[in-house]
Design a protein around this ligand. Structure first.
Ligand SMILES: [Ca+2]
Length: 496
């Protein structure tokens, strides 16, 4: 039995943030989050044609001073649903947010609500994208819907406030302002969430010229003809060749620029746009031109993010916060950077199924740690945050705390497979599908009557997933095992 002294009761009552029995302060949690940021565009994940040209030193710093997970998979590769999972720790069919366009039920139990009970101040700044008004936050300051890249409005504790400048910078400015004004006696849980690098890709004006004079290497599968797949992929509407569209390539001007900004922005692009249109490119040349335009603007948006991550890390250093703050960086899902000829996400193929995850926690996470093998997921984030805070975890959350993995220990009963379910049908031509991976083999089912088909991949022999081996007698045993695993997980997670 634990004996609680009057002194510790006194300290608990007075200081609140300090647990009764320990000297350790509850750590702050800074969750840095982006939209559509693929691991292929983060240099901590390795050198490739993109990261050589466009490294991400500040995100890399989190990994160098902490841990990087190579197999972090989402449960549903689309913006709103991923966010709902990270708030609730529940699959889409349980938290009710299956598709973009759904409305998040803010009366649910969520991480910020539980952390508040545990003594935390909670805040969110940036992209929300769940339609309903944020709940559980002491402070919210969020973009409306997708938000704009320039001069955004931020819905701030019930009131729309206009800002002038580049949104990625402004989200960081406002994040820092909240940190400055917070109650410094309490630990914080702060979600700083960027719109970038979501399309349509509008870089900061200071990055418009960057990468102008280089040719970005193309991915191996840029000209995938989908002949190795079962059917649905060929019906996509997310091709760099045919679907990316002039608006996305020419910059959409979805932003409302000030006249001064417009001059800088428009003046930079229009002449080259006209040159392109005049060139009247066709076939592979056209795809290649589209790819260069797309990838450069994407990488420019990423650079804006990385610089701002650096600003926040510097703020933590300058304010004596780095030591007792867990910093986690992730994205709502990965993205196709030309792989399979695509932009966008949604599919259970690796590039959009996988999402970045790096985390730093001085004294608890060994610097330079890499977890190559364990299957982790965005559904694990909520329980991780709660355990870090020392808060109780509700029984009905469906993930698992990453706490042991952060410290280099993999429990013997850690998951050996992960369930995925994408619920939209037709967005960018992507069919509804669900499936399972064990980190090597992947089984995908497309249950809609027009397809009613399955695919099976071996990532060791076919890392780019170019040829489905479904029904291949050589892999019959593995396929049967994964079919059973899929059924087991669907039952476990109560999928109807
Ligand atoms: Ca997204």
């Amino acid at each position: 039995m634990k004996i609680v002294s009057w002194k510790s009761v006194f300290l608990f009552v007075v200081l609140g943030a300090i647990p009764v029995n320990g000297a350790e302060k509850q750590p702050n949690i800074l969750f840095l989050f982006t939209d559509d940021h693929a691991t292929q565009a983060i240099s901590a994940y390795g050198e490739n044609g993109l990261t050589k040209l466009a490294p991400t030193p500040n995100i890399d710093r989190i990994a160098e001073e902490g841990i990087l997970f190579r197999k972090c998979y989402v449960t549903n590769s689309i913006c709103g649903p991923s966010r709902a999972v990270i708030l609730t720790g529940k699959y889409s069919h349980i938290n009710g947010f299956r598709k973009n366009g759904d409305t998040f039920d803010g009366s649910q139990v969520t991480v910020p609500k539980l952390l508040r009970k545990a003594g935390y101040q909670t805040a969110i700044v940036g992209k929300w994208h769940l339609k309903s008004t944020p709940t559980g936050f002491d402070h919210y300051e969020v973009l409306k819907g997708q938000g704009r890249y320039y001069n955004p409005g931020l819905y701030t504790n019930g009131k729309m406030v206009s800002h002038e400048g580049y949104t990625t910078d402004i989200i960081t400015d406002q994040t820092i302002k909240w940190l400055e004004s917070r109650d410094k006696e309490k630990p914080f849980y702060l979600m700083s969430q960027h719109k970038a690098p979501h399309g349509r890709w509008e870089p900061a004006i200071r990055h418009l010229d960057w990468l102008d004079d280089v040719r970005v290497p193309e991915p191996e599968s840029l000209f995938d003809d989908y002949s190795g797949r079962s059917g649905p992929a060929a019906n996509h509407e997310m091709g760099i060749a045919d679907h990316i569209g002039e608006k996305r390539l020419m910059l959409s001007y979805s932003s409302k620029f000030t006249p001064e900004q417009f001059k800088l922005f428009d003046g930079h692009f229009r002449p080259r746009n006209e040159a392109f249109l005049a060139a009247n490119l066709t076939g592979k040349d056209r795809t290649r031109w589209h790819y260069q335009r797309y990838i450069k603007n994407y990488l420019r948006c990423v650079r804006g993010v990385d610089e701002n991550i650096g600003r926040l890390l510097q703020y933590l250093d300058d304010n004596n916060l780095a030591e007792n703050t867990v910093v986690m960086y992730s994205s709502d899902q990965g993205f196709y950077l030309g792989e399979h000829g695509w932009f966008d996400k949604r599919w259970m193929y690796e590039e959009s199924f996988r999402t970045p995850l790096v985390a730093r926690w001085p004294g608890r996470v060994a610097p330079g740690s890499v977890n190559d093998t364990d299957l982790v997921s965005n559904i694990d984030f909520p329980e991780t945050f709660l355990e870090i805070a020392g808060a109780p975890v509700p029984d009905d959350m469906q993930g698992r705390s990453l706490m042991p993995l952060l410290q280099g220990e993999t429990p013997g009963d850690w998951r050996k497979s992960h369930y995925y379910h994408y619920y939209e049908s037709g967005g960018h031509g992507v069919a509804l599908h669900y499936g399972v991976t064990d980190g090597r083999y992947k089984l995908i089912r497309f249950p809609e009557p027009k397809y009613n088909t399955s695919e099976f991949y071996d990532l060791v022999t076919d890392p780019n997933e170019m040829e489905s081996r479904y029904g291949d007698p050589v892999l019959a045993e593995e396929q049967a095992r994964m079919e059973m695993e899929l059924d087991r997980l669907r039952e476990k997670f109560q999928v109807d």
